[in-house]
Design a protein around this ligand. Sequence first.
Ligand code: MSP
Length: 649
Amino acid sequence: MKKSYITSPIYYVNDVPHIGHAYTTIICDMLKKYRQIHGQEVFLLTGTDEHGQKIENSAKAHNQTPQAYADSISAHFRTLWEEFGIDFDYFIRTTDSAHCQSAQVAFKKMFQKGDIYKGVYEGWYCISCESHFTKHQVVEQKCPDCGKPTTTIKEESYFFALSKYQNALLQWYEQCPDVIVPKHKRNEVIRFVESGLVDLSITRTGFSWGVPLPEGIENAENAPKHILYVWLDALISYISVIGYESAMRMDLWENATHIVGKDILRFHAVYWPAFLMSLGLPLPRKIYAHGWWTRDGVKMSKSIGNVVNPKEVAQSYGIEAFRYFLLREVPFGQDGDFSQRALIERINSDLSNDIGNLLNRLIGMAQKYFNLTLFCTQIEHFYPQEVAKIAPILERFESAMSDMQPHIALEELWGLLRLGNNVISTYEPWKMMKQGESEPTLALLMLVSNILLKTALCLYPIMPRTAKSIATALGCSIDTQSFTRYVSQNTLLQSATLTPIAPLFPRIESPLMPEPSNLSESTSQSTAPKTQSHAQSTLTSAPSLVSIEEFAKLDLRVGVVLECERVPKSEKLLKFLIDLGESTPRQILSGIAKYYDPSELVGKQVCVVANLRPVKLMGLLSSGMILSAHDDEGLSLLSVPKKAGSKIS
Ligand code: MSP
């Protein structure tokens, strides 16, 4: 059996997981499942990168020891991957003692080979990227990769003789042109190496949170205490997991695939292979570099407050829809943009309409006409043209998946679902049944069952839970045997006993997560120049007519006030907790403190604009607006005697 090894990057524990981490890990899981369904044995590694200056600083900022801080953030990652159903085989933490020992053994081996020497590093350093730069690379003291300020350092350091490997690396890129994917990224790597490699500083002395040097390397008294450079430490985790010091699982290592973001490709495609050459180990078979995610077109950052929290997305929209969106929305290797609008569109059109409805219609008709039991040996006889279209779609799906182009693979697969939906609308089985044509109707329903089964088997790496639900509804299973039979050999299933299931993807009418505030303290001074806000206020004060489409954009709902209190230091604001029939109540602020006492509002059924962009007022998030009417006598809240969440239109 073919064996392979897949690694995700190991994540820094300076902060909790965000969408970029989820994306990389989901790609790894997709690849593992894709290979497994083809009958391969796959070992998937993920974990956390816990040493280095960045983590030491973050721990300090949180008044914790680096170990305690790493323990808590590492647990967030592990729990999230478990909740997401990521099928990892090992979760490495670089603070594990077995890993630290492996890193020391590897350092010693490279040292004994003569690839490590002592010197002084003088240059620029980006703590956020944990990366060294020369004077020519930094722009106005800023990191060329992330744009954050760099620091200059001058300290004694051990160096790895990277320059010695320049030609060997160039030869490797040439001899194995398919290792680095996508091609344009490979070209960037080659240009970087061709421009000349300088030896790499691989120890630090300015702080202490890292793996100490192995015994016997640094024994001079009063010498500065070196720790391993965090990237050397982290990269070694890929081999320490599969037994670098003990009998190494070469069966896995000889077929290794690294999945990385474009920002860390240099470390994986230049430094890492050079370290491996020095250690006398085989080089990776594949290095896939993916693009970056932005939110609503804006780079994500903590200070703007627009970082997408993958847990929140999965809780609001479901992990399956989130996986589908991430893998369908952007071509692998390119940057992508996350917005709730785009996600909802994908859910409603691709998932709810194209898959969910097709399965519902099939089950509904099978129940009505054939008591859920279908059997037909002549599908091809009745629908030869439709059946002939299946094989080429499956071939194109397979070819796109093996080229790591899941978005194209999914586009192809949706061609199969279209075929299923079209066959129903073209032949109208309800009319056939009225005319007593039960044989062609049975054949049609078996054709649709086949289309859904093949879709489910192909979809498994992308949406594993959905694939299993569809297969269960069809009385089938998702496994290598079924994949070989119904996808690789494209055999047709001839009988099925269906089981009704709940609708797979209910339609979503409005965003389920609050939007990030664009008026948060951190950005309020810098955005919206005065001229613009003046122009906006004149525009909004002018009476104008709106179309019915514009009005329909408003999501007005009945909300029941659960809690209400004054906002400290504010004369105007009341803070509400309102039940809108959603999974969690919303916090909404309203400037009506002069007109109401908070206690008289609890239990009141108010009218809420539910899809208003959230804003921060007095440092508190407000996700919606409560409607009121006012005249000379004062202000009254609008109230409707309907239950929480009722739509107002
Ligand atoms: N610790 C190193 C990796 C060491 S591997 C031996 C590291 N960690 S990280 O936590 O900063 O980033 C991990 C991964 O998340 C990288 O692949 C990176 O590209 C990815 N992402 C971080 N932000 C991202 C986006 N906004 N979008 C997509 N992925 C991005 O680097």
